[in-house]
Design a protein around this ligand. Structure first.
Ligand SMILES: NC(=O)C1=CN([C@@H]2O[C@H](COP(=O)(O)OP(=O)(O)OC[C@H]3O[C@@H](n4cnc5c(N)ncnc54)[C@H](OP(=O)(O)O)[C@@H]3O)[C@@H](O)[C@H]2O)[C@@H](O)CC1
Ligand SMILES: Nc1ncnc2c1ncn2[C@@H]1O[C@H](COP(=O)(O)OP(=O)(O)O)[C@@H](O)[C@H]1O
Length: 489
């Protein structure tokens, strides 16, 4: 289980490490991981290390010592050290013959001309934006030189907590981040500056890491362990009955995509309910057309209710009324698209999943879309508190808010940025709910399957992949996720 950290979490963890007398060892491990990152990605040539005055600079000085010991040609330009461990690591570097020169613009210019790779140990989680002008000038010069950069913890000038970018941060090819990733390394546009992100968890007790984490990012095997296993004598009645309630004139494809995804995720019986005529394109789907869905469901006998509902895709303005009617059924319910309306605040129950994309999330919270995308963790949490149940704030990655905490998804493919992809996710989630997974687990498994199927489809179709390609790959995605579990066992 990987931990996602905000700066305050890193500070609290550092305090705990300091009390235990382990902070120095943690910096040693961090610096060594940084040096290993340089060695594995840029094994040849002269290394220029830029070190700030805080602990991030200390990591840089440790990295310099390891690289020097490995026989690399090393040049260190550093600001005056303020952190006690940064000071002691400066002394250690000097003790083995390394030199440290003051970090000035002329010195940087000279050394950049001769460097093959640069290590950015200027600022980490202690950075408080905006970047002061003297450092901003150095960062601009560094980026203009076009040398490959390995950033320690995060590229200097990025606010670790946020996905937004203010001013010009260091542009890194590789970022070696410590303890766990920070939101700025997970979500664009900030993450675009970090290059390839490698996590050096540091040998910190798992419990300490999780205590101070803002969110977690489960590894594939942890998600795979949640996949339901069906008995050999299963039949369509036990494999989960899903209803998709959606579609309206001109919007007839959305419920079909949800229905297809529900079938491909293993739902035994999938029925589409709509007030519009839906084309019978997928023979395995049962289609029920009703002139007034609210009247149809008002007196529906409890015994004939499905195992899970998927509501809102292309449904139009009737969606909130139907949501009010169907949420009290208290069965697994996915609310998407037109069913994502602020008037439904507080109506979520333990088995429901709201699936907004950022613009829908903004509508639900009454804020602008940039307020959502700059801080997806906070937005997902606010949505969960306001609407109840489980929230999947969609994106690449998606953020899942449950009453127990926040999760960040892995995987996906840029080709998934196409219409109908969210409808597909809704169908997957509904099938998992119908199969008996509790909503928090269904959200995590569903988002992971969707992303992985997108990866498989992306290999074949690239940016031209369409939503039904993702459904076609769901079986392979499921199987490959199970393989991750078997490999671990
Ligand atoms: N558990 C872990 O994960 C571990 C993490 N570790 C590492 O600790 C790092 C955090 O270290 P940290 O807290 O010392 O802060 P850090 O990022 O070095 O920045 C402080 C410096 O920034 C400066 N500064 C601030 N704002 C500025 C601005 N706008 N413009 C210009 N300058 C500005 C500020 O200057 P001052 O305000 O003091 O003048 C101060 O000098 C973390 O990222 C990771 O690398 C490991 O070592 C151990 C285990
Ligand atoms: N670049 C990407 N990487 C990973 N997943 C993506 C990416 N772009 C889109 N997705 C996923 O595709 C889905 C898009 O949903 P949405 O915008 O609601 O589509 P629609 O409304 O057209 O059905 C979300 O689940 C999102 O996480």
């Amino acid at each position: 289980m990987e931990a996602v950290f905000l700066p305050e979490g890193v500070r609290a963890l550092d305090q705990q490490l300091e009390r235990a007398g382990l902070l120095e060892l943690a910096m040693e491990e961090a610096g060594r991981a940084g040096a290993d990152g340089v060695q594995s990605h840029f094994p040849m040539g002269r290394v220029l290390l830029l070190c700030g005055s805080g602990a991030n600079g200390g990591d840089g000085l440790v990295a310099a010592r390891h690289l020097y010991a490995l026989g690399r040609e090393v040049v260190v330009l550093a600001q005056p050290s303020k952190h006690p461990l940064t000071r002691s690591n400066r002394r250690r570097l000097r003790a083995i013959g390394g030199t440290v020169s003051p970090l000035t613009l002329p010195a940087l210019g000279r050394e950049l001309a001769r460097a093959d790779v640069v290590v950015d140990g200027l600022l980490g989680t202690g950075f408080v934006p905006p970047l002061r002008p003297a450092l901003a000038e150095l960062v601009t010069a560094l980026n203009a030189a076009g040398r490959p950069v390995v950033a320690l913890d995060l590229p200097s000038g990025l606010n670790a907590a946020l996905a937004e970018v203010e001013g010009e941060p260091v542009r890194a090819q590789v970022t070696v981040t410590f303890s766990g990733p920070k939101p700025a390394l997970l979500y664009g546009p900030a993450a675009h500056w970090a290059g390839k992100v490698e996590v050096a968890p540091l040998r910190v007790p798992q419990e300490w890491r999780l205590t101070h984490a803002a969110a977690t990012r489960p590894v594939a095997a942890e998600v795979a362990a949640l996949l339901p296993v069906r008995p050999a004598d299963a039949h369509k009645g036990t494999a989960g009955r899903v209803w998709v309630v959606g579609g309206s004139e001109g919007m007839v494809g959305a419920p079909l995509l949800s229905g297809l995804a529900a079938l491909r995720t293993g739902a035994g019986l999938v029925t589409l309910y709509s007030e519009a005529e839906l084309p019978q394109k997928i023979p395995e789907l049962m289609i029920q057309t009703r002139p007034d869905l609210a009247a149809t469901f008002a007196d529906w006998p409890q015994k004939q209710r499905p195992d899970a509902l998927c509501l809102g895709m292309g449904l139009g303005p009737r969606a909130p009324k139907l949501a009010r009617l169907l949420l009290p059924w208290n069965i697994g319910t996915v609310l998407d698209a037109d069913a994502l309306q602020p008037e439904l605040a507080g109506l979520g129950h333990a088995e429901c999943i709201w699936t907004p994309h950022p613009a829908e999330a903004a509508r639900l919270l009454g804020v602008g879309t940039p307020d959502i995308t700059r801080d997806p963790l906070a937005a997902a949490q606010a949505l969960q508190r306001k609407f109840g149940g489980v929230v999947v704030l969609k994106g690449g990655p998606s953020t899942i808010a449950t009453p127990e905490g926040l999760l960040v998804s892995r995987g996906g493919h840029a080709g998934m940025a196409t219409a109908g992809m969210g409808d597909t996710l809704s169908g997957i989630l509904a099938a998992l709910l119908a199969g008996g997974l509790p909503a928090p687990q269904a959200a995590l498994v569903g988002v992971t399957l969707h992303a992985r199927a997108g990866e498989w489809a992306g290999r074949q179709h690239g940016y031209g992949l369409i939503a039904s390609d993702v459904s076609a790959e769901l079986g392979r995605a499921w199987q490959s996720l199970r393989d991750d579990l078997s490999l671990k066992e």
